[in-house]
Design a protein around this ligand. Structure first.
Ligand code: GLN
Length: 355
């Protein structure tokens, strides 16, 4: 007899083995990453989602805090064909329901055909299909989580003293730790500011770059960050990763839209339009930039579906990526993005000096 039920928006209820008990709900998505489960589970971009791993065995190299991207697990629940005891113990400590021993190939195929969908989960000796359906009935769509930034952002500014290469105002919409680390490694000092920081809060740290982080949910719900881009573009270089790219596009007259099932994995091919070079990238997003608007050029595209992977305005010093150049987990092909962001500062200084 099953002790776990997964109720899907398409009406099905899937039976599974319960590994960590609980009741929960969220948007059901999948990642094809075959490594990096600790990084994915601690990525704040997964807030309010239920994460299915398409790779069948999750946990085979243990659980180490050094690999965490934040201080907690963000998906509401985790699903795999088989979780190891290490991962189950970790998720149990975190109170995150987990299920396995279900046909994840079938589940992933359904998400690919029908799109990311709402789901409800009930796990435990007393769980019933009706409990899972009751959770599903309460599940909101991602765009309805209008203040999701508050769930993942710092409450107050934090500073990470690196060096004097640049002072970065990183707007924390759910930033992964390795974005901060990538900047510190390049001798930058990073001020992490709350997702709803005001232009005055940014001015207070006197940055060289305004950097909008990755984050969960619908980019249209990050109006404060959009207002910051609007306030500073032209005066400061502006950079963004993932949700950051989407927020920058929305601020500069472009638009974003929801994808059917998104890109989540560590082998998404991206072509740079100028050099023709293709790099393998890590991705985790369910929205994409539809129209870049008049002020941004699309400089990189996804080889599989042509969606915008990089945006730029050289005159304004704007540079963004839809994928995750910090590469935790994933291939390191695109780490040079952080060098390019710091180069915006020297270019900016050079312009100021020659004035
Ligand atoms: N990793 C991210 O920043 C994700 C961005 C956004 N929440 C999306 O799903 O598209």
């Amino acid at each position: 007899m099953s002790d776990a039920y997964l109720a899907l928006e398409d009406g099905r209820v899937v039976e599974a083995r319960g590994r960590v008990p609980g009741r929960t709900r969220g948007e059901l998505v999948f990642t094809t990453a075959y490594t990096g489960y600790e990084e994915s589970l601690t990525d704040p971009s997964y807030e309010e989602q239920v994460l299915t791993f398409s790779y069948p065995l999750i946990g085979n190299y243990g659980v180490r805090e050094e690999r965490f991207e934040s201080d907690r697990v963000h998906p509401r629940a985790a699903i795999a064909r088989e979780f190891t005891e290490d991962v189950v113990e970790w998720l149990a400590d975190e109170g995150i329901p987990a299920i396995d021993h279900l046909d994840t190939r079938d589940l992933v195929t359904s998400i690919r055909e029908e799109g990311a969908m709402k789901c409800g989960i009930a796990v435990g000796p007393d769980a019933t299909p009706e409990d899972a359906k009751a959770e599903l009935a309460e599940c909101k769509g991602m765009s309805e989580h209008t203040d999701i930034g508050a769930q993942v952002s710092v409450d107050a500014p934090e500073v990470y003293e690196g060096g004097s290469a640049a002072t970065i105002a990183l707007i924390d919409c759910g930033a992964k730790g390795s974005i901060v680390e990538s900047l510190l490694e390049r001798d930058a000092t990073v001020h992490v500011l709350p997702y709803d920081a005001t232009p005055e809060d940014v001015a207070a740290v006197d940055p060289d770059v305004l950097f909008i982080s990755n984050g969960p949910g619908d980019p249209e719900n990050f109006e404060a960050a959009e207002a910051l881009v609007d306030a500073y573009v032209g005066d400061l270089p502006v950079a963004g990763i993932c949700l950051g790219q989407q927020v920058v596009a929305n601020a500069l007259g472009g638009s974003t839209e929801k994808m059917a099932f998104g890109h989540r994995g560590v082998n998404q091919p991206v072509r740079d339009l100028e050099s023709g070079r293709v790099v393998m990238t890590t991705q985790n997003h369910g929205y994409t930039v539809g129209e870049p608007g008049d002020r941004l050029n699309v400089t990189q595209v996804n080889v599989n579906d042509g969606t915008a992977e990089g945006l730029e305005n050289e005159d304004l010093g704007v540079l963004t990526r839809q994928y995750h150049p910090e590469a935790n987990p994933g291939p390191h092909d695109s780490l040079d993005f952080f060098d390019d962001v710091l180069d915006l500062v020297s270019t900016d200084t050079a312009v100021a000096t020659s004035d």
